[in-house]
Design a protein around this ligand. Structure first.
Ligand SMILES: [Zn+2]
Length: 256
């Protein structure tokens, strides 16, 4: 919920509002029967869009915002971290014309879903030389675009290793600690562009999501691993902790 009054809100950048209130962080969350939000925040789902997608528009928005924050058509795109947002980013990059999409993820369950989301190649950084693999698939150049969605220091290091000279890194993964970089080698001499990605643009991203979903360009089903009844909520949380589940849909009146 943006304030509508600060410099950012008044210059078309409400997604980085200085006084933003996030439901579930700064205000009571949405795991409730009723949630009070400003009317302007309500987004009506187009009837052509599968209803279950309504529950995953938040992370899909992060993916759309990240992918479309720069040129994407005919680019090679590498995604570090395949949680739900990384997985959705694979589908969005493909739908918006990326030439090749590489996914990098340590968790085997997530790698399997990344392949189902139709990544062209999926790498395990624990056992594979990701930089060598991507250089080999990009005529020795590196990736045009890297979407960093893990937030882990090793993944961030990988992002800077695999981006080509003059490429783009869009950073979405949150880090808990300061990250060490060699500014000269990693950024300046390579002439790369680094972007911080926060949330999703209000409301440009929402129109983009709607357009892609309405056109049937995004199949997000592989990322929906579980469907459970609300009464089994605690078991869903356990499933998340195992690392086997990606998006879990919770149905208030049961799954039937
Ligand atoms: Zn504001």
């Amino acid at each position: 919920m943006a304030c509508g009054k600060c410099l950012q809100c008044r210059t078309g950048e409400a997604h980085i509002c200085q006084n933003v209130k996030i439901i579930g962080v700064d205000a009571d969350g949405a795991f409730a029967e009723y949630v009070v939000i400003p009317e302007s925040n309500v987004w009506k789902l187009d009837p052509a869009i599968p209803q279950e997608y309504a529950s995953i528009l938040d992370p899909l928005g992060n993916a759309v915002h990240s992918v479309l924050a720069g040129e994407i058509a005919a680019k090679s795109v590498a995604i570090t971290g395949c949680g739900p947002i990384g997985l959705f980013a694979i589908a969005v990059a493909r739908a918006t014309g990326a030439a090749q999409v590489f996914a990098i993820e340590t968790n085997q369950h997530r790698r399997k879903i990344a392949a189902e989301m139709k990544a062209d190649a999926v790498f395990d950084p624990a056992t594979q030389d990701v930089k060598a693999e991507i250089l080999q698939r990009s005529d020795g150049q590196g990736a045009d675009v890297v979407l960093e969605m893990a937030g882990h220091p090793k993944a961030i290091r990988t992002a800077f290793d695999i981006v080509r000279r003059g490429g783009r890194i869009s950073l979405l993964g949150l880090t808990s600690k300061p990250i060490s970089l060699n500014f000269s080698e990693d950024i300046i001499f390579k002439g790369i562009t680094i972007q911080g990605i926060n949330g999703r643009r209000m409301y440009q991203t929402w129109y983009q999501m709607t357009a892609l979903l309405k056109a049937g360009k995004l199949d997000l089903h592989p990322a929906i691993t579980d469907r459970i009844a609300m009464k089994d909520f605690s078991s869903a949380m356990e499933r998340l902790k195992t690392g086997e589940a990606s998006k879990i849909l919770v149905y208030p009146n049961g799954t039937k």
